[in-house]
Structure formats: C-alpha cells, structure tokens
Write a protein of this length. Structure first.
Length: 331
C-alpha cells in the first residue's frame, strides 16, 4: 500500500509500532498458484500473478534489492491423485501452472518420490528483506512514524482525521490481526489463524526445488530451508509451541532422509477473514476511515493487485472493486 501511494505521489505517513509482531515478519512468503486439495487455481490466480510479479519487480528496482525468487515446486502424488492431475492437464486450463507430471524422482536428501507434479510460476518472496528495505526507504523519505496508535486517540471532524499532532483526510488501518479488535469496524469479520514455521540447516538436502506435501520445504540458500506451516484456530497467540514444532518435524521426517539441525522456530497470527477474502474500502458511515486488511495466508499474492484497487477507492470512493472484498459486506 505504501509503495502504491509513493508511486502515485499521494502524501502519506505510516505509523509503525516496533513492539508489535506481524505475521508478515515470520511468514515464508511462499508463492503457489494452485490449491492442491481439489486441484484448482487459487482464487483469481490469472489476474493476481501478472500484477504480483510486475509490482514486485518495480519495488525491487526502487529498493535496489532482489527479494523474489522463482523456483519450480514439486508436489509428490499418490496413485489416487494422478487421474485428477491428468484430467487438469487434458482440460488445458492449468498448463501455464502445471509444467509436467512425471515419476521416479530422486532428489538428494529426500525420500524417493514415485509420482509427482511439477509447478511453474512458483517461488517465494523474502519478506524480511522486502520489509526491512521498504522501512529504510520510508524512513529516508520521512514517511515513517514509530509510535503506538491507540484507537481512543483517533478523532474525526470536518471530513478529517486527527491523531496526536497529525491531521489527514483519511486513516487506513492495515494492522493485520490487531484490527480484529478494532472498535471502529464491525465485530466478527475476522477468523484468526495461528501459524508456526521452523528453519532448518541440512547440508545434504537438494536446494533446486520447493517440495510441498502436507507442508512445504523451501530452500533459502546456504543449505537453509523454511519448513511450514501449521494452522491453529483456537488459543490464538504469537508464541511458539512444542506441539507446533512436533507437528512440523513429524511431517518433515516423512519427506526427507538426511540429517538436519533446527535453527529457528517462529509463530505468527494470520489476519484471516471468515469468508477468506481480503477486506478493503472506506467506511460507509465515515469517509475519513478506511481499511486494507484480511490478506490471510496468501498475502504475498494478493497484496499487489488489491493495493492497486484500494488506491482507486481512495481516489474515487465510487470506483469499481471486486464485490467479494468490499468492506460493505460486513455492514
């Protein structure tokens, strides 16, 4: 969102609370165009993916930092999976995402894979690198305010919003899971999900592909891999757990056949929404109040496309947006 506003020369400030953990800072940034359960394209994939790669290339150029890496994904298949995968290839609607179906794959450090599908347009976004680079840029441009925003300190008057000694035409809440308890918006729209992720070092594990079966094994360089993720819908917090780590290691041990060391273990809260769609728009009863949130588990893929839609709404409240993401649906 900040990049879109900078690109279109819209004056803005960002309030960042350094004490608050965000899911983006611990997420793996996986890029995957398919939903394996029913072997369908992820929602709006054909519109999202061109805009995603285009936008991230622009940000990489702005920051002089490369944080997107495209890498083929391998999806091990069972005998029961094969007919559906073959059918999808015959239908021709996924051929720009499914590269091939093959068998008898042996990758160093992984257990033999009898059947598999290979995906293209997959990869990852190094979110820590991008976020840190963007924050440095925002700081240099004097866009950044490090502070804790309390909702009760925000006031509205004469089509403007006021907070401390700042005044603006609009305030946009982009606070991830914290906005689930934002009193300025309807209750009950979020359905938060906790996720856990580990980082391992494995000297003898193939780094040429992303492997995805019940969890992902994502190479990040120097024999390091991110492995995840868990999904938990109760006891929501951003703390790591023995149960989460155990679940990941149990699934990992079914995929790999080599020694490894666990280097890190992270947890975060995904800002997922009940209907699994983002939330964006201007409050129907307050033209100075807006939200851009609910990107959930696929934020890397959703953010470029929908931040552009959000920008159009800010410039023209009557601009056309996808009905499925409109804030109005919760009123």
């Amino acid at each position: 969102m900040a990049f879109q506003m900078h690109k279109h020369k819209i004056p803005f400030k960002i309030i960042v609370d350094p004490s608050q953990k965000s899911a983006s800072e611990v997420a793996a940034g996986l890029i995957n165009p398919l939903v394996f359960k029913r072997l369908t394209k992820t929602w709006m994939a054909d519109a999202l993916f061109p805009k995603m790669y285009e936008t991230y290339a622009e940000i990489e150029n702005l920051l002089s930092t490369k944080f997107i890496e495209q890498k083929e994904m391998i999806k091990p298949l069972t005998e029961q999976d094969l007919p559906m995968w073959q059918k999808r290839i015959e239908q021709g609607k996924m051929n720009h995402y499914i590269k091939r179906i093959d068998k008898n794959l042996k990758l160093e450090g992984f257990k033999p894979i009898e059947h598999y599908g290979a995906l293209t347009q997959t990869g990852s976004c190094n979110l820590n690198l991008m976020i840190q680079g963007m924050r440095n840029f925002l700081r240099q441009q004097n866009y950044l305010i490090k502070d804790h925003l309390k909702i009760e300190d925000v006031t509205f008057e004469n089509n403007h919003v006021y907070w401390k000694n700042h005044a603006a035409e609009k305030i946009i809440f982009c606070r991830g899971y914290q906005d689930a308890k934002n009193a300025l918006f309807p209750e009950g729209s979020f359905y938060l999900t906790k996720g856990e992720l580990i980082e391992i070092e494995a000297k003898a594990l193939c780094e040429d592909y992303i492997l995805n079966k019940n969890l992902f094994v994502l190479p990040t360089g120097n024999h390091r891999f991110k492995v995840g993720a868990t999904y938990q819908w109760d006891n929501i917090n951003a703390e790591t757990s023995k149960e989460g780590k155990s679940e990941l290691l149990t699934k990992l041990d079914k995929l790999i056949d080599t020694d490894y060391t666990v280097l890190n273990h992270w947890a975060g809260v995904r800002p997922t929404v009940k209907d699994r769609r983002p939330i964006l728009g201007i409050h129907p009863q307050n033209s100075s109040l807006a939200i851009f949130n609910g990107l959930g588990t696929k934020g890397v893929m959703l953010a470029p496309y929908f931040s552009e839609q959000m920008l159009k709404v800010l410039e023209d409240p009557h601009a056309e947006t996808d009905n499925e993401v409109k804030l109005d649906r919760f009123f």
